[in-house]
Design a protein around this ligand. Structure first.
Ligand code: F6R
Length: 358
């Protein structure tokens, strides 16, 4: 049972975290820089030679595995020279052809939607690549001679986000959908190392990650992104769901100024909602103005509002900086609420029940 707001601990030091985070998910979260470096080696170990996919790249995957494709797309930004899209269901877009590369991403290798996309890509004659730690997907790929980018075992799928992102980024480069980003990844790993110290368990009690966690812990977080930060806002939402075990929602600017902003009018009478606006150096200046104005207009109805800026120079650094921050905030909220961040029993239960159904 989660702690009620009045019972919540305020402490977020290593000891308080370890008491709740019994499987040490924190180690995997702050391991992000090391995962980035290891992921590069894992891609190299697959010994892929560059090829040309004029039809672009589709990253097929669900949840913590699928998000890597969306984050890679954000990192490439204007440098993406061909479409890079996510497929998050049982099939691929109708325009998938032999000119398209389909990267099938599943940490477990047993996710039925991703397996269906793998089969569909084969039937359509698309070029397939797999990124997985094993399971049925690895078996099928090996039998079909489809290259497999291996992922280290023993993680929660959502904690392997660096592996999935780097795989998608590298495959985008290999199939001609974007430039290769090897050195940007090295720089980002070094930058993440510093951020993990600043925001980690031994970071100051008033560091940004812990302050945000305290500010959001007793409310339903609503995360707004725009452009490069849009998939990161989605990552924050899903990490808040899975680690902190709270409902959380996401929307994007400027679109939310044309609908959701009106809904905030009744927010305080319905519950406790807090808003987070993700900002970035590349955010359109009119969107930055909108963040400021929207925040002002909803403030009375929100328990708290925050504007959170990415850190770093390159897009790879900036995207990973906000991913790390959101992962830590969600884990710290779990600790404040007294819930173990690791288990996602209801996802397992649902997958089990679907399997029983055939
Ligand atoms: C669990 C998690 C989930 C899974 C999703 C797909 O930590 O994040 O969102 O990622 O259920 O499973 P995989 O990644 O094994 O294909």
């Amino acid at each position: 049972m989660a702690a009620s707001p009045s019972e919540m601990t305020e402490r977020l030091d290593a000891e308080a975290i370890a008491a709740v985070d019994t499987s040490d998910l924190l180690a995997d979260v702050v391991g992000l820089p090391e995962h980035v470096r290891d992921a590069k080696w894992k891609v190299e170990s697959a010994q892929l030679r560059p090829w040309d996919s004029p039809g672009g790249l589709i990253v097929a995957g669900m949840g913590g595995s699928g998000i890597g494709g969306m984050l890679a797309r954000a990192m490439l930004g204007d440098h993406a020279s061909r479409p890079i899209l996510a497929a998050r269901t049982y099939g691929l877009p109708a325009w998938t052809t032999p000119d398209t590369t389909v990267l099938c991403a599943s940490y477990s290798g047993n996710t039925e939607e991703t397996l269906a996309c793998y089969e569909a890509a084969g039937a359509l004659g698309a070029r397939r690549v797999v990124v997985t730690s094993g399971g049925h997907l690895a078996e099928l790929a090996r039998a079909d001679g489809v290259p497999v980018i291996p992922v280290a075992g023993g993680f929660q799928p959502r904690a392997a986000v660096a592996y999935m992102t780097v795989a998608a980024l590298e495959v985008a480069g290999l199939c001609g959908a974007g430039p290769r980003m090897g050195s940007e990844l090295d720089v980002a790993a070094d930058h993440l190392e510093q951020l993990a110290v600043e925001w980690g368990a031994d970071g100051a009690e008033d560091c940004q990650a812990k302050t945000l966690a305290r500010g959001l812990a007793d409310s339903v977080p609503v995360i707004a992104g725009s452009g490069i930060t849009q998939p990161i806002a989605y990552r924050w939402k899903t990490q808040l769901n899975e680690n902190a075990k709270v409902p959380a929602f996401t929307h994007e600017l400027p679109e939310l100024d044309h609908n959701e902003i009106v809904g905030w009018q009744s927010a305080a009478s319905l519950g406790r909602f807090a808003a987070v606006f993700l900002d970035d150096a590349d955010t359109h200046p009119r969107v930055q103005k909108r963040i400021e104005l929207t925040r002002e207009l909803i403030a009375e109805q929100a328990t708290a509002t925050f504007v959170v800026a990415s850190r770093g120079i390159t897009a790879v650094e900036r995207v990973f900086s906000l991913v790390l921050l959101g992962d830590l905030v969600s884990l710290y909220i779990a600790v404040l609420r007294g819930v173990d961040p690791t288990p996602v029993g209801v996802i397992e239960e649902l997958k089990g029940r679907l399997a029983e159904d055939g």
